[in-house]
Design a protein around this ligand. Structure first.
Ligand SMILES: NC(=O)c1ccc[n+]([C@@H]2O[C@H](COP(=O)([O-])OP(=O)(O)OC[C@H]3O[C@@H](n4cnc5c(N)ncnc54)[C@H](OP(=O)(O)O)[C@@H]3O)[C@@H](O)[C@H]2O)c1
Length: 303
């Protein structure tokens, strides 16, 4: 277990970064949380969790003012959604800046985790995606392109600076902070249609916060040169159709699923390598989803 280390978490108020930064601080590490803190309430959130905020923008950063002696970095900060509309902006924030960050900490850092995404894979049809499957640009456009580039930068810089790194290809986190499954459930609760890919059922491996905190910290510990590349999701295969039906049952709502060719392709990761290097997940998906709904919309629960 990591203790008494000096750990930088970027994207420290976000869905992935915050619970990991909070857990690292609670287990006796000095944790610095970098973000722009566009939402000022996020500063209070990280301060309350014992995280030292570092206000900064990854875009154009030279990282000259980072705290000294950083031993580990969990790099979750990234351009997402509308911010990736400009491909050069996405490339700078999600790839080029990562190389400069790695170089800035290389002399003291023993483990660097880069949050990549299952969206870097070219869709392979209805089968699990393996770490050696080819990359592709799909419905998330510049975002997936910038993360493919980011992985290349991390692999290069890890070798160039002998900096142990782990690239985690995240596929669907969920929990009290939300995540892609919650986004779909929220649309269902608002009475909207949910667009899914025609290759039904749309299989995923949602990973609950309790598990992603544990596996995220483990990813810092097992980093290697050359960089380790590993899928990162839950241990169970669950389709979006199944979890929407279950959440609908708990909330007394019938999901209205429509199948559209332009919907996101399902992210169904092969997790054999993850089990070997990071461990297995422990939260059964139905328990996890119920807990997410209890945290995010207790007033909607009927079952
Ligand atoms: N959640 C998932 O299921 C999932 C799936 C695949 C990949 N990922 C990857 O996991 C990482 C975290 O995602 P998330 O879901 O936690 O996203 P999130 O909730 O949107 O958090 C992103 C964080 O990054 C910070 N950030 C964004 N742009 C920044 C910039 N230019 N400079 C400094 N900080 C910046 C944001 O804070 P400010 O806006 O205040 O700066 C926020 O704290 C990302 O790398 C993402 O690509 C997540």
């Amino acid at each position: 277990m990591l203790r008494a280390q000096r750990i930088l978490v970027t994207g420290a108020a976000g869905r992935v970064g915050f619970p990991i930064a909070r857990a690292l601080a609670a287990q006796g590490n000095t944790v610095f949380g970098l973000a722009r803190y566009r939402d000022p309430t996020h500063l209070d959130k990280v301060l309350a969790a014992g995280i030292h905020p570092v206000v900064g923008d990854l875009h154009g950063a030279d990282f000259a003012d980072l705290p000294d002696g950083i031993t580990h970095v969990f790099h979750a900060g990234a351009a997402l959604g509308a911010e990736t509309a400009d491909w050069e902006f996405a490339l700078e924030v999600n790839a080029l800046s990562t190389g400069r960050l790695m170089r800035a900490v290389a002399s003291t850092c023993r483990g660097f985790v880069y949050c990549s995404t299952g969206s870097t894979y070219a869709y392979q049809g209805p089968r699990p995606l393996r770490e050696d499957d080819p990359p592709g640009i799909h419905t998330t456009g510049n975002y997936s392109f910038s993360k493919v580039a980011g992985e290349a930068v991390v692999r290069h810089t890890a070798l160039e600076h002998s900096l142990p790194a782990t690239i985690i290809r995240i596929c669907s986190t969920y929990g009290p902070e939300g995540g892609a499954p919650w986004d779909r459930i929220a649309r269902m609760l608002a009475g909207e249609e949910i667009a899914l890919h025609p290759d039904a059922p749309n299989r995923y491996h949602p990973i609950h916060e309790d598990d992603y905190v544990r596996l995220g910290i483990r990813a810092l510990e097992v980093a290697t040169v050359p960089a380790l590349v590993v899928n990162w999701g839950g241990s169970e295969t669950v389709s979006a159709e199944e979890y929407l039906a279950y959440a609908g049952e708990l909330c007394g709502v019938e999901p209205r699923v429509v199948y559209r060719a332009d919907a996101w392709t399902p992210l169904w990761p092969e997790v054999t390598k993850m089990h070997a290097v990071l461990g297995r997940c422990e939260v059964p998906w139905r328990d996890g989803f119920r807990r997410m709904l209890e945290a995010r919309c207790p007033e909607r629960l009927v079952g």
